[in-house]
Structure formats: C-alpha cells, structure tokens
Write a protein that binds this ligand. Structure first.
Ligand SMILES: CC(C)(COP(=O)(O)OP(=O)(O)OC[C@H]1O[C@@H](n2cnc3c(N)ncnc32)[C@H](O)[C@@H]1OP(=O)(O)O)[C@@H](O)C(=O)NCCC(=O)NCCS
Length: 184
C-alpha cells in the first residue's frame, strides 16, 4: 500500500507532532510545486542529484501515485509550508530487487541543519520496515558531508564507491553507495 493511502492520524508520529511541531505526511499532487522547488535547488547548485535540469512535474506526480509496495513520497511541513521531502523507489526494475528500496531526502536550503532531514527520513525508513522491505540503498554523490552525516547517523554504512561515474559542473563525480538492512 502506498503512503498516499495511509493516514498518520492517531499514529505514534501524528501524536508526536500534533502541537505546532514539524509534521510529516504522505505527499499529495498538490505538493508537487513545493517538491520541484526544493529539488530544483539541488539540481542547479549541487551534485546531490545527477539531474542536470528540472524534471517535469509528471515525474513527481508518478512517484506520488505509485502503489508499489515500498514506494513512498513523504513531505515535511513547518509553519511556513513544505520544507522537505523524502522518497523511496525501486532500486532496479528486476523482480529479485523487490524488497530493496533506494531512498533519498531533500530539505530546502533555508531549512537545513535543524533536524528536519533526520525526522522525515526516520519516518520513511519506518514505513519501509512496515512494508517488509529488506534493504535501503542510498547513493550519495561526493562530496556531501551533510548527507553522509545524516545517513551514517541513521545506521547506513558505506559499502563501496564508484569513481568518476557522473559528470556535472565540468567535473567527474564519485558516488558513495550506502546501505541499511531494515530487518535487524
Ligand atoms: C542532506 C540533508 C537532507 C540533511 O538534512 P538536514 O535537515 O540538514 O539534516 P539534519 O539537520 O537532520 O542533520 C542530520 C545530521 O547531519 C549532520 N549535518 C547536517 N549538516 C551537516 C554538514 N553540512 N556537515 C556535517 N554534518 C552535517 C547534523 O549535525 C546531524 O547530525 P547530529 O544529529 O548527530 O548532529 C540536507 O542537507 C539537504 O537537503 N541537502 C541537499 C540535498 C541532498 O544532498 N540530499 C541528499 C541526497 S543523497
């Protein structure tokens, strides 16, 4: 079941954020503009994503609409609106990968460093455990000390590096491959 079909009302997380605290919830199509803005900042200023141009809104709409087990798009709101999102998607399309999910998280530049990334990512990982997913994989283009710190804090371990696998801003970029077993 996709997160879009779930309500967090009455959930342990919903209670935790009930009084003015940041709220994490499944994304809806109405969130695409905010998601695209946050992602666009990473596209145009960093190697955090290997996209070189903004993906069309339909890219996010399809992710939000996915009903594949283990696929989720979550957003995190503070008093100003949506300030971050996290998502999980198929690692690779072959069926033997069905219980592995690639995960990612983006926080708006004006909202980084106050714990929102940890908050939303923890909830994404919790959903993956509820779904019976076995392994989360995160691919972190280097350098990205904030993302490395976040993933290591949540238990991900570096299992390998692909050297010069991408090219952005006129330089070769390495990717660190991080994994987190979800059933331990
Ligand atoms: C990576 C990102 C999601 C982290 O979100 P965040 O809300 O700033 O993260 P948090 O505030 O929850 O911090 C998580 C941990 O990382 C550490 N951290 C955050 N920024 C850091 C930085 N620039 N350098 C080193 N450590 C950093 C924090 O201290 C914290 O650890 P602690 O709780 O032990 O102190 C955010 O920086 C971001 O969106 N970056 C651009 C997009 C991106 O790189 N996404 C990841 C793609 S792989």
């Amino acid at each position: 079941m996709t997160a879009a079909g779930r309500s967090f009302t009455g959930h342990r997380w919903g209670r935790q954020y009930a009084s003015g605290m940041p709220l994490v919830r499944p994304a809806s199509p109405a969130d695409v503009v905010a998601i695209a803005r946050i992602y666009g900042a990473a596209v145009h200023t960093s190697v955090a994503t290997f996209d070189l141009t903004d993906p069309p809104n339909i890219y996010w709409e399809r992710k939000i609409a996915s009903d594949e087990c283990g696929d989720h798009v979550l957003v995190i709101e503070d008093g100003t609106g949506v300030v971050g999102f996290a998502y999980s998607a198929a690692f690779r399309p072959r069926p033997a990968y069905a219980q592995t999910r690639e995960t990612s998280v983006y926080v708006a530049p004006e909202a980084v460093g106050v714990g929102l990334g940890s908050l939303i990512y923890l909830q994404l990982l919790s959903l993956l455990r509820e779904d019976g997913m076995h392994l989360a994989v995160a691919v972190i283009a280097q350098p990205n000390p904030a993302s490395v710190a976040l993933h290591e804090k949540l238990g991900f371990e570096l299992v390998g590096t692909l050297q010069e696998v991408g090219r952005k801003f006129d330089r070769w970029v390495d990717t660190g491959w991080y994994q987190l077993p979800l059933e331990r």
